[in-house]
Write a protein that binds this ligand. Sequence first.
Ligand code: BTN
Length: 323
Amino acid sequence: MKQNRILEILTKSTEYVSGQALAQQLGVSRQAVWKEIKSLRERGYEIESVTNRGYRLTAMPDYLNAPAVKAALKTKIIGCELTVLDSVGSTNDFLKMRGNDGCKSGAVVAAREQVKGKGRLGRVWQSKKDENLAFSFLLRPRIAPNEVACVTPLAGLAVCKALRSFTGLDCKIKWPNDVIVGRKKLSGILTEMSAEFDAVEYIITGIGINVDQAVFPEEIAYKATSLLLESGRHYDKNKLLACLLNQLEEEFIKNNLELSPEALSEYSELCATVGKNVTFTRGSRRVSGMAVGVAENGELKIMLSDGSVCYVNSGEVTAQGIY
Ligand code: BTN
């Protein structure tokens, strides 16, 4: 799209770029460039124009937009293809179509609004326009399907660390990968994959973060929170998304997509579930015990009242004191 190309050129340049230079690079007339600039201004981009010098981008809109995210992105892989949509059903589903069409490993899709957002266990994930962050990234790792289990806790660790450093809030992880503040949920992660019997084709990790949402539906109000509610501040969603992608890439590369000893120790330190009494479903029974740690495959280690230890890898675990 011509407007994206113009933004790319203007964000890379600190000087004015002449209409003639833009027209040449885009292969269109100066008149056509002017029309695109006018439309960009209408979309909230502030573009200065000075006779005999050209155009200069002076401010980006504060809603989620690809050029502003790219300007703060330091990654090599995650975000190599970055799409920001005004509205989408689910960023995970949209990226699945891209994945089937052969998009690159590291492709990211984010949206200002999700109208059919999906949560874990078939739940709905709401993301109203310009209130929250909803994004997904696709990786094509050379691993077997049973090795994918580490990706979600690693993503949870990255999101928790990014939110702590970006906002200063005391964020923690609720096993396996919710990020919480106090007793309430700030962020959720949904990983899906396409695989053959012994090889992963791609994995898609979708992340939702409550940023500016001030009111939650009654049924989740007791367990949901947002950056705004916790800090009383509005955060720049473009910089926040870039910070999250930077941290995700750092964590994934540093730990080679595994819960390395270092990642495991950081994860355990930030995990609010460890050290708590937990209840979970085993077959048709509800079982209680104490969460005592996290295994290197991401499973939660639970000590039961008879002193035996068991490992839980999915489903719902309820930790005392957290939703
Ligand atoms: C959960 O905690 O239940 C997981 C929530 C995951 C929500 C994100 S928002 C971006 C991506 N697209 C979706 O449809 N879901 C994930």
